[in-house]
Ligand binder design. Structure first.
Ligand code: HSE
Length: 299
């Protein structure tokens, strides 16, 4: 008996919502196949698409750590063979480790006849994130698990909710061929934030949610400003400001860093604008001889 599960890439932070906003895209994503064993072991039998970068040690891989935690918590003594097919770049700011974490534990829950609700798989998926980058933030795993746009209202206790999105909202994601380690990208952030920036950021967080819920594209555009994280992390992404400028010139509502980067994302109203924005952003990276891939998806 085996089961195959797909989990999508995700864009975390979404400009103003560091660690609290994230949404899933249609593609790319990861594929995980789990198969019951006749013993209690969790074994990674195959990994593809990772250029040999990921460990086959099940106690250290983001795909199996959530499975192990889930089985332990639920007192289930069943072993699994796990195959991981990475269909998205690692260290890209697209929630690569999250897609693996979610697909793995979701697959095991399914094959066992769903002893747990989808939402209750979140804390286990977060353990995968912790092993991958040292921090159990949920803004990639939650949308990869639930789909759509998700808000983490609180981490302790964990409280998440979904937000509806306008039908014409599209995202362009451009992934430049450089790697940014999430751990490093978190390390460079300051621990203190000024009162002025906190107030400005809170206004944008509120504006983003209201804009999404009311299909108010102008309000979304005005709210897509990050006073706290983007100015610090932009230095990790060559040509970031040029790419952002190109996206806005091409008609994007706004543009910022996807998760911890180096991918850059932009929102647009309508798919054709999102395609135009993709070309403009790609061209800006390529002007500096940085090769990149672009994706366009509904939000
Ligand atoms: N919110 C996280 C960060 C997402 O920006 O560090 C990274 O995966």
């Amino acid at each position: 008996e085996s089961i195959k599960v797909f989990a999508p890439a995700t864009v975390a932070n979404v400009a103003c919502g560091f660690d609290i906003f994230g949404f899933a895209v249609d593609a790319p994503g990861d594929e995980v196949i789990v198969k019951k064993r006749n013993d209690k072991q969790i074994v990674i039998t195959k990994i593809s698409g990772d250029e040999g970068k990921l460990t086959l040690d099940a106690s250290k891989n983001a795909v199996t750590v959530p499975i192990i935690a889930f089985l332990k918590k639920n007192g289930i003594e069943q072993g699994f063979d796990v195959e991981l097919h990475k269909k998205m770049p690692l260290g890209s700011g697209l929630g690569s480790s999250s897609a693996s974490s979610v697909a793995g534990v979701f697959a095991v829950n399914e094959i066992l006849g769903k002893p747990c609700t989808t939402k209750s798989l979140l804390p286990f998926s977060m353990e995968g994130e912790r092993i991958a980058c040292g921090s159990a933030h949920a803004d990639n795993v939650a949308p990869a698990l639930m789909g759509g746009f998700v808000v983490i209202r609180s981490y302790n206790p964990l409280d998440i909710f979904s937000v509806p999105t306008p039908s014409e909202l599209f995202v362009t994601i451009v992934h430049p061929d450089i790697e940014v380690n999430t751990k490093d990208a978190r390390h460079i952030l300051r621990n203190e934030v000024s009162m002025k920036n906190t107030i400005a950021q809170m206004g944008n967080v509120a504006g983003m949610i209201a804009g999404l819920m009311q299909s108010d594209y102008d309000l979304i555009a005005r709210s897509m400003v990050d006073f706290i994280i983007e100015p610090v992390r932009a230095i990790l992404i060559p040509e970031f400001w040029e790419v952002k400028h190109a996206a806005l010139e091409a008609g994007a509502l706004g543009c910022s860093i996807s998760g911890a980067g180096p991918s850059v994302f932009a929102f647009s109203k309508g798919q054709s604008t999102a395609e135009k924005v993709a070309m403009a952003m790609k061209t800006a990276f390529e002007k500096a001889s940085i090769h990149c891939n672009a994706y366009v998806s509904g939000v």
